[in-house]
Design a protein around this ligand. Structure first.
Ligand SMILES: C[S@@+](CC[C@H](N)C(=O)[O-])C[C@H]1O[C@@H](n2cnc3c(N)ncnc32)[C@H](O)[C@@H]1O
Length: 201
């Protein structure tokens, strides 16, 4: 068991699912999320591109950007709230990385033009991970999962809280998705992240 601010247990069997930080920047995830994501990226070096829906002030975004930069990949993130986005961009810029590795946008991901751009971005060459963590995970998942290429992944945060099996069942069937590593993401580490892979390889 590891404790941190306010003596809260941040790592262990039942961690709080937010109020942790990466490189000192708050992220709306538990530290367990970083553990599962590290395991995931180590297992999947072909995943070089990450799309994050909902960045808050950029704690998790910085992790994704470092992870994609190190393999000369690409990150794209959406944060609709101007102040949060500005803070996220300031935090990310402090990493001092080439700006060609990341794009931060303030659009509403539910605008059709934006969705068309997301589809084109996801369908470019290179293994892609979509991380749904905006204001309506069910809708994000339903709209973006069909864009995945074979071997791409989609994850949603707040699994069991804001989004459940019944909310994704139709999309999982029609988009040809399979649950992935749930025993680790959910059962063992309780990260509140559910992961799916697009089949068809
Ligand atoms: C839970 S926070 C994201 C947390 C971040 N992924 C992390 O792990 O630290 C959700 C964010 O999604 C943003 N958001 C909500 N609806 C959105 C939309 N339609 N388009 C883009 N961003 C949106 C909110 O402003 C909010 O900051």
């Amino acid at each position: 068991m590891v404790t941190f601010h306010d003596e809260k247990i941040l790592v262990g069997k039942d961690p709080p699912f937010y109020n942790c930080a990466f490189l000192g920047v708050k992220m709306c995830q538990s530290f367990n999320a970083l553990a599962v994501l590290e395991h995931f990226f180590n297992k999947h070096p072909e995943i070089t591109r990450v799309l994050e829906i909902g960045m808050f002030t950029g704690g998790l975004s910085m992790y994704f950007i470092l992870r994609t930069s190190i393999v000369r990949g690409e990150y794209m993130g959406f944060e609709i709230m101007g102040e949060r986005r500005k803070e996220a961009v300031d935090n990310i810029d402090r990493l001092g990385l080439s700006k060609s590795n990341y794009t931060v946008l303030g659009d509403d991901v539910f605008d059709q033009d934006v969705l068309d751009g997301i589809r084109r971005w996801v369908q470019r060459d290179g293994g892609c991970l979509v991380f749904c963590d905006g204001g309506n995970k069910i809708r994000e998942f339903g709209l973006i999962a069909p864009y995945l290429k074979s071997g791409d992944f989609i994850m949603t945060h707040d699994w069991g809280k804001e989004i459940r099996d019944r909310d994704v069942a139709d999309t999982v069937a029609s988009a040809g998705l399979q649950e992935y590593m749930s025993e680790y993401f959910i059962d063992e580490l309780n990260s509140y992240i559910k992961c799916f892979i697009k089949g068809g390889n």
